[in-house]
Design a protein around this ligand. Structure first.
Ligand code: E4P
Length: 219
């Protein structure tokens, strides 16, 4: 089991890795465009690498097999041991995953909404298959059977791919992903912070600390 952080903000990533609960980072072009529209991608990813450990997923933005392989080679060179090439699901994407797998490059096949897509990605050799919880639900479908069926087929056929579940909107999405067999929830910083908090925990801590501060005083 592992948790990844779904962010491209080095400051936030550094802070949250300090909790000791994270083992990797996922980014995507939308996150980076929102968080750092003017950033140099290579510099930003290197900053993330410096403040974290584990796999760092960087997504391809080109659309032909040749361009995607060239783009992947650039990203891979930033840190061959830790960069995981995030490949959007498509026919070109599967070819790219197959080529990268043969070269020993880690891949994360992304934008998956269904088990059949995840199965193809796993057969092509993907290190990770990323199912998008919130976006499946946006279409009006339940994501739980998608995750559970993907886990079942990967286990049954002995496929090595790990299931990442991203596109989390609520803490319950994380809980359900774990219950259904996700290997790795990738969680945004605000949701991760909410997971720490519980009102009863707060009042209990306050009760204990108040008792300690007031020990020995007559009521
Ligand atoms: C996962 O790897 C993706 O980066 C991400 O979770 C997508 O989520 P979104 O639906 O919020 O864009």
């Amino acid at each position: 089991m592992a948790i990844f952080i779904d962010s491209s903000d080095p400051k936030e990533i550094k802070d949250l890795f300090g909790w000791g609960v994270l083992s990797g980072v996922t980014t995507n072009p939308l996150i980076i465009a929102k968080e750092a529209p003017d950033a140099d991608l290579g510099e930003r990813i290197k900053e993330i690498i410096a403040v974290s450990w584990g796999d760092v997923s960087v997504e391809l933005t080109t659309e032909t097999e040749k361009e995607m392989l060239e783009e992947a080679a650039v990203y891979h060179a930033w840190d061959p041991a830790r960069i995981c090439i995030k490949v959007p699901m498509s026919e070109h994407g599967l070819r790219v995953v197959h080529q990268l797998t043969k070269k020993g490059v880690k891949t994360n096949v992304t934008c998956l909404m269904a088990m059949n897509q995840a199965y193809l990605a796993a057969l092509a050799g993907a290190t990770y298959v990323s199912i998008f919880s919130g976006r499946v639900r946006d279409m009006g479908y339940d994501v739980k059977p998608v995750i559970a069926a993907t886990r079942e087929v990967l286990d049954r056929e002995g496929l090595a791919s790990k299931i990442i579940v991203g596109s989390m909107r609520h803490i319950m999405d994380v809980n359900e992903a774990l219950e259904c067999g996700a290997h790795v929830p990738t969680i945004t910083p605000p949701i991760l912070r909410k997971m720490v908090w519980n009102p009863r925990t707060e009042t209990t801590i306050e009760e204990f600390n108040s008792a300690w501060r007031n020990r020995g005083k007559k009521k």
